[in-house]
Structure formats: C-alpha cells, structure tokens
Design a protein around this ligand. Structure first.
Ligand SMILES: NC(=O)c1ccc[n+]([C@@H]2O[C@H](COP(=O)([O-])OP(=O)(O)OC[C@H]3O[C@@H](n4cnc5c(N)ncnc54)[C@H](O)[C@@H]3O)[C@@H](O)[C@H]2O)c1
Ligand SMILES: O=C(O)CC[C@@H](O)C(=O)O
Length: 313
C-alpha cells in the first residue's frame, strides 16, 4: 500500500477520497530534522509552501529509495530543490492552474484597499477614530496597471483590471505574447515609468530581486507596488525606504522574504496593505488543488507515465 505524507495540510474531501482508496495517509507537519528521519518511510510527499524540500531531505529519502513523487499543492516550486530531486529519480509535480483566479482577485482587492485607505480605516475606526478627511483616495478606473510576468495569474489579473476600466500594460521575460493584443507590451523600464500600479507575477528563482532600488527609482512618483508572487522578488529594504521617502504612495504584500512574517517593519507600515500569504487560500482554489493532487496520485498509482514534467517553471 502506498504511504503518503501530507505535510502542510490538504483539503478534507481530497484526503477522504485517498483514504477510501486505501492509501495510507499521514497528515502531519514535521520540522526539518524530524522530516529527515520520517521521510524514509513514505512513497509520496505532498507539501504546500511551509515544508522546504531541500537536498538534505531528498538525500535522507534516498537512503531507502521509497520516495518517488513530491507534489506541491500550489504553483511556486521555490521551496523544493526540483533539479536535485529529479536527478535522484524523484518526480516533482505542482498544481499550476488551480489558484490563478483566487490570486488575481486578491490583487484587485489589495489595489482597491490601497487606493481607498480601506486597510487604514479598518485599523483606525476600531481605535475610535473618524479620519474622513485624511482618507481621500483615488479611483482605479482610468489608471494604468503594469503587470510584470504575464503568465496565468498575470493574465487573470489583467482581465479583471480591464473590466474595472484600467489601462493594462505588461512586460515578460518571454517577450511580447502574440495572442494578447488587448494589452500593451512594454519593456520593463517603460512599464515602470508609465504605471500607477505595478503588480508582480513572476516565480522566485533566487538571486537579485526583480524590483530593487534601481527599479523603484524608475517608477512614477506616488505609484503603488503590489507583490502577491514571492517575497524574494522585491527588495524589502528598498521598498521600505521608498515608502518612508514618499517615493511610493503605498504597497500591498501577500508574500515576504521571511515567512511567517511577524512584527516586520513593512507589515506595520501605515502605507502597506498586508495579508499572510493567502493568495491561494480560498475554498474554491483549495478544492481544485485537492482534486489535482488526487489525480496526480492516481496517475502515479495507475503507473501512467508522468515523465517528471513540471508545468510551470
Ligand atoms: N500568493 C500566493 O499565494 C501565490 C499563489 C500562486 C502563485 N504564486 C506565485 O505566483 C507566481 C506566478 O504564478 P503563475 O501561475 O502566473 O506562473 P506562470 O509560470 O504562469 O507565469 C510566470 C510568468 O512570469 C514570466 N517571468 C519570469 N521571470 C520574469 C522576470 N524576471 N521578469 C518578467 N517576467 C518574468 C514568465 O515568462 C511567465 O510568463 C508563482 O511562481 C508563485 O510564486 C503566489
Ligand atoms: O501553499 C500556499 O498556501 C501558497 C501557495 C502559493 O504561494 C503558490 O505558489 O501556489
């Protein structure tokens, strides 16, 4: 019987379905040291973002050779050493399509929050204040949204922003996408100079942040920056400086270099609308992720070829 470790939680119906099929499921989060010991007994590992599947974990799994499949319930694979796993004969899969709409909706929510001081109003009204005059905002209709990374989530965000009357421009390392004529392609510098709101939808691949000091300097004075992609794609120190210096009017963050982000200066900044990495945390997205995970496991169980393919990277 296949033994599956669900390390960071999974939607209940999906767990039940697998149990009914008589897979042995262990739902437990292990800290790295413990995981190195426990992983040897499992055939499949299912994670979200909390468990880091680095070289040491993969090496430990290879001592028994039982682990054959790692599934990331979600998109970003930055918490898994994918190349190393594959080199050691372990397949890695993710669920790339399940959460695009949820993340895009969160981006729109953050954008309206920033434009209308909703995040500040929530805090100050609970403190008994009535800051009507201070909270004169801006409309997002007619403003320009610059999207960096025009993949699944970037395009879902574009559709929603367009429906709200925004002008949408985008940039992507893959260049101009031929099938997206409704939106204007620009190079990064042009986009930064034109956009009132800039949102990032790129993977984190290590190295230099996509938005650092230099890039912020190229942005419009009083623009807003939104990061619902990964902490490392924005230089947090540079962002804090830009907010303090009034270069940027505000920022929205769902992701952080260090998570969980507690007592971080950015989260405590009055110009920041923040959420605790909840881009994919909707009932619908989690249901779809659960369904995709079950399908991947059944494909594996049926012995169909997975060829280690990663659909987004
Ligand atoms: N907040 C959340 O909960 C949450 C949920 C899902 C995904 N994400 C993050 O969002 C990222 C994007 O997801 P997706 O499904 O849209 O991925 P995707 O692969 O469909 O799209 C990413 C796009 O970014 C482009 N790109 C890569 N590096 C770039 C760069 N430096 N500059 C410009 N373009 C670049 C790629 O060419 C691609 O078109 C994921 O990698 C993940 O880290 C976050
Ligand atoms: O696992 C999560 O909750 C976040 C997932 C998200 O960041 C992703 O990359 O899919």
């Amino acid at each position: 019987m296949l033994k599956i470790l669900v390390a960071d939680g999974m939607e209940k119906a999906a767990v039940e379905k697998l149990k009914e099929m008589e897979f042995e499921i262990v739902e437990k989060h292990y800290e790295p040291e413990e995981l190195m010991k426990e992983i040897k007994e499992f055939d499949i590992l299912v994670v979200r973002s909390a468990t880091k599947v680095k070289k040491s974990i993969i090496d430990a799994a290879c001592e028994t050779g039982r682990l054959k499949l790692i599934i990331r319930g979600g998109v970003g694979l930055d918490n898994i050493d994918v190349d190393y796993a594959r080199a050691r004969g372990i397949m890695v899969r993710n669920t790339p399509n399940a959460s695009s709409a949820s993340v895009a909706e969160l981006v729109i929510g953050h954008m309206i929050n920033l434009a209308r001081y909703i995040h500040n109003s929530n805090i100050t009204m609970r403190q008994g204040q009535w800051n009507k005059k201070a909270y004169e905002g801006v409309e997002i209709c007619g403003k320009t949204l610059g999207i960096i990374g025009f993949g699944r989530i970037g395009r879902e965000t574009a559709k929603r922003a367009k429906a709200l009357g925004m002008n949408v421009i985008y940039t992507d390392i893959a260049g101009e996408l031929k099938e997206y004529h409704g939106y204007r392609y620009m190079d990064m510098d042009e986009l930064l100079a034109c956009a009132d709101f800039v949102t990032l939808h790129v993977p984190y691949t290590g190295g230099k942040a996509v938005i650092g000091r230099e890039e912020i300097a190229k942005m419009k004075d009083g623009a807003y920056l939104i990061n619902c992609a990964r902490g490392g794609v924005v230089d947090e120190e540079a962002l804090l400086e830009a907010l303090d210096a009034d270069k940027l009017a505000g920022a929205a963050l769902d992701v952080y270099v260090k998570e969980p982000a507690k007592d971080c200066p950015l989260c405590n900044h009055e110009k920041v609308s923040c959420t605790p990495h909840i881009g994919a945390s909707t009932m619908e997205a989690q249901e779809r992720i659960g369904e995709e995970i079950v399908e991947i496991i059944l494909d594996y169980y049926d012995g169909r070829k997975l060829n280690g393919c990663i659909e987004s990277f």
